[in-house]
Design a protein around this ligand. Sequence first.
Ligand SMILES: NC(=O)c1ccc[n+]([C@@H]2O[C@H](COP(=O)([O-])OP(=O)(O)OC[C@H]3O[C@@H](n4cnc5c(N)ncnc54)[C@H](OP(=O)(O)O)[C@@H]3O)[C@@H](O)[C@H]2O)c1
Length: 264
Amino acid sequence: MTAAKLGLGGHSFIAELGNDPQASFEEQCAIVAACLDSGVGLIDTTYYQERVALGDVLDRLGRRDEAEIMAWNFFKRPGKEGELVGFTPYEPEHLAAMLAELRTDRIDVLVVHVHDDEARLRAELALAARWVSEGRVKRVALGMARPEHLLALPEGHPVTAVLAPYNAFYREAGELFRLAKERGIATIALSPFVRGWRLDELGADKDDAADILLRWAATQPAVDRVIVSMRRVEWVDANLRAVRSGPLSEAESARLRGWLSRGG
Ligand SMILES: NC(=O)c1ccc[n+]([C@@H]2O[C@H](COP(=O)([O-])OP(=O)(O)OC[C@H]3O[C@@H](n4cnc5c(N)ncnc54)[C@H](OP(=O)(O)O)[C@@H]3O)[C@@H](O)[C@H]2O)c1
């Protein structure tokens, strides 16, 4: 399996949602450089703080063109600049703000977070398609999608990928990914470890647990790419080794079944 199967998660750049403290700017630069050096080009940014951080890092490294930047519709909200706030449906003015935060002129994969207002979601997809035609967005993906969102996509929609959390503990997105593949749409699995702290809860050696959980996700036939956040540069190599090791052995599968039977 190639390095391109792995992507770097945006939570690598923030303090929340992880175990380790926030990586310093120098560490963030080292993590992104290690990814790019080893062929891990896809870099996600979910919250606006992550876009600002990645923009700074790529600017320092001078390597914007080597990265495939993915960005979601989580925006800076006045009075809540220091918080992680929920998603907001896209409006025409949002793209310029995202590009400024990322210090770039284009987003490689623009993620539209799903919701159940079908008319609004269609309007967002039409807006995204316009940005594609202008060259400011290269591709469009649906984030946190469920099968019904995929099935409701209108004729001529711009969606080329779907994203959802998918790991050995939470397999609900399996059906979404199967349907997507049937339609020639790429699949991106998020959070192979659920969150980093799940690795600690298993009571197993953490390196072994990370290796087994990442290989489970990366070798699912319906998974094209897996996004992991990494706040330490040494995890780039560890996770690449895991992705390259391929399917689990029978003994490793048995260990995983043991963790699952205990409810993790
Ligand atoms: N799950 C969702 O709902 C969702 C939604 C939108 C986007 N995403 C995207 O998916 C990405 C990944 O999700 P996630 O961060 O929630 O979960 P995750 O990738 O399953 O877990 C990442 C955590 O695992 C630890 N880790 C990484 N490699 C390791 C290794 N080799 N050995 C031991 N520990 C390791 C890191 O801990 P430390 O904290 O110690 O670094 C990190 O916090 C996010 O960054 C984001 O880009 C997820």
